[in-house]
Design a protein. Structure first.
Length: 629
């Protein structure tokens, strides 16, 4: 017994020693500092839709009409969204009107899509004569929503000037501030092949429908304005819907190229970076689409949040101003830089908006006041401004559950179709061996695989004496998390090639990883396709260039197991088998577990579940074996 215990102790110590050696081998860095971040910045910026200036107003008008159609057809109204747009929706005016000094606040709710209600307030002048301008006031990321002080002040000021002001709640904020309406859940709809951004667009479109249905609304004097996320909403709807006659976005957006350069300030959330938008149109294009309608771009020089004047404004002005000049309407395009502290739509910015309304909706009449009317004593509480909503109101998660119920569609799409859906490139590999050494009784080679001059993938190759086969290893937590598992593979006489593809391990992005990943999807690529393409390329490199293999791909975790499965489905020659630990059994787990795109961006690949689930992708691997545990 004592001898047995002693032998066991010695073997245990040897195992721990070997594991420590493997851990040390895996931990040694291969990439240079900031390589993954710089590569994703360059990759994204160079794929943003290029700017194509026109030489005449007529030429630009044709291009503008075509571009609006493309954004609507190829980005927003995909899948079920086409039917949502055509559906009949309801507006309900509710009790609880609040009387003010020269105005009233009416409560209402309307459906963005059937069953998805938006609460709203209409600040209405007490007396309205004839046709008058109307303003859609859209909110930003403030948790307080329509209760926010500066929003109330602007709407009251407009009503006191005789201008009705509609203030709908923004999805996910104010009364709608619920986890199931988080903007990071809109991509659950994307996975099902329906654009999540469509819900935002249709909420804005229905708001305009509602404003223009008012009997006193002048259709030639319709304005939209808002701060931050409200600034984004302003340019988004105003550029695409020409019923808007004047727009004043405030500190709400920048060019996609600018965003790659200033990620700490400008990257933007999923609604601002929807799948494929940047491949069709940059925000420079959307700004130019305002021509020749009056447009005021307002930015804050001392902004502490985002979209600061010094980095955001110039590219937009440089793109849009020449287009306004083509129409002979340069006077209708303005910009205003505010120097008050912080991210604000304060009195200075508000007066710039009132001046814009005076000059373009009232012919510049001197009797139209521009100065802010003090109304802080007239602000209401959240309880006073509450608008009742149905208890069964829809949200992003509920919509995704509905959409996913009948997915994927029947049939077995082929390998080519999978490649198209995930946008997987067939990378050409240029391999650089960084180091060759003997470590811990193994031959260790460290490589950098340069793929299509876009990505550098770090590789650690560990070979035991007389290796009988080769495994390619990937993991959710990166190669450094797999010391024990790799030790077992080596002990079994298997050569191990551990790689960290895009977004994982040494290739991870230390800051703003989720936002960069959705930006990659916005420029028309897919994180899942990049990862699968890198794994497949590494397998081909081993098989074709090195004469090793075909290989078995071993994955650890639900994320790496998905892109490993896609890689194996797309690469039948170089990948001989799959071994997967912790893999999903269905893509619907993304929805049933109510995941958000920032946690697992590659699993929200647009339209994947519409045609493929795990069984359909596994069928493309067959008859090669797949082992899961």
């Amino acid at each position: 017994m004592k001898l047995t215990l002693a032998v066991t102790a010695l073997l245990g110590a040897a195992t721990l020693g070997a594991a420590a050696e493997v851990d040390a081998i895996l931990a040694k860095p291969i990439l240079g500092q900031n390589v993954p971040t710089v590569e994703v910045q360059v990759f994204s910026a160079t794929r943003v839709a290029p700017w194509s200036p026109a030489s005449t107003a007529a030429e630009w008008q044709r291009a503008a009409d075509a571009l609006r159609r493309r954004v609507l057809d190829d980005v927003i109204l995909r899948g079920e969204a086409k039917r949502w747009q055509a559906a009949r929706t309801r507006t309900e005016w509710l009790d609880g009107t609040i009387e003010g000094d020269g105005y009233r606040i009416r409560k209402l709710r309307f459906e963005a899509i059937p069953g998805f209600w938006i609460p709203a307030l209409l600040y209405e002048p007490a007396k309205v004569t004839g046709r008058v301008p109307v303003v859609l006031n859209v909110n930003g990321h403030e948790k307080t929503g329509k209760f926010t002080g500066y929003i109330q002040e602007r709407c009251i000021n407009l009503a006191k000037r005789g201008i009705p002001a509609l203030n709908p709640e923004w999805i996910g904020r104010g009364q709608m501030n619920a986890p199931s309406l988080s903007h990071y859940r809109l991509n659950q709809l994307d996975l099902c092949g329906t654009s999540g951004i469509a819900v935002f667009y249709l909420s804005l479109k229905r708001s305009l429908d509602l404003l223009l249905s008012l009997p006193y609304a002048d259709p030639e004097r319709v304005a939209v304005t808002g701060l931050s996320g409200g600034g984004w909403q302003t340019i988004f709807i105003s550029s695409l819907d020409t019923r808007v006659r004047l727009a004043n976005p405030v500190a709400g957006y920048s060019s996609f190229v600018t965003r790659t350069q200033f990620p700490a300030l400008d990257l933007g959330d999923p609604e601002q970076t929807p799948s494929d938008l940047a491949a069709v149109a940059d925000y420079t294009h959307l700004t130019a689409l305002m021509a020749p309608r009056p447009t005021l771009l307002t930015y804050n020089a001392l902004d502490t949040c985002c979209f600061r004047a010094d980095n955001s404004l110039a590219p937009l002005v440089n793109a849009a101003r020449p287009v306004f000049q083509l129409y002979g309407k340069a006077d209708k395009f303005r910009h205003h830089v505010n120097f008050d502290p912080g991210h604000n739509y304060g009195p200075d910015n508000r007066e710039a908006f009132y001046r814009m309304l005076r000059d373009h909706f009232f012919g510049g009449r001197e009797d139209v006041a521009v100065a802010e009317i003090p109304v802080t004593g007239e602000l209401r509480t959240a309880e006073q401004l509450e608008v009742p909503l149905p208890s069964d109101n829809l949200d992003f998660h509920a919509l995704a559950v509905r959409l996913s119920a009948a997915l994927p569609r029947s049939g077995q799409p082929g390998r080519e179709r999978l490649q198209q859906v995930v946008h997987a490139p067939r990378y050409q590999v240029n391999a650089e061996r960084v180091e060759m050494a003997s470590e811990g009784g193994f031959e260790v080679a460290r490589w950098r695989l340069r793929m299509d001059n876009d990505w550098t993938v770090p590789v650690v190759e560990i070979s035991p004496p007389n290796a009988r086969s080769t495994v390619l290893v990937v993991a959710d937590e990166g190669r450094v998390s797999l010391g024990a598992q790799i030790g077992e593979l080596l002990a079994g006489g298997r050569r191990v090639v551990a790689i960290d593809p895009f977004y994982f391990g040494e290739s991870r992005l230390p800051k703003f990883a989720g936002l960069f990943a959705i930006l990659v999807a916005s420029v028309g690529e897919r994180p899942l396709g990049i990862q699968a393409g890198q794994v497949a390329a590494a397998a081909r490199w081993l098989h074709s260039d090195r004469g090793i293999g075909p290989v078995t791909v071993v994955s650890a975790g639900p994320r790496s197991s998905l892109f490993a499965l896609v890689a194996a489905a797309l690469e039948p020659q170089a990948i001989a088998a799959l071994e997967q630990r912790g893999a999903m059994s269905t893509l619907k787990e993304v929805i049933t577990q109510d995941l958000t795109v920032d946690r697992r961006p590659e699993q929200f690949c647009f339209g994947l579940l519409e045609e493929f689930d795990i069984p359909q992708m596994s069928a493309l691997v067959s008859p090669r074996p797949i082992r899961r545990w």
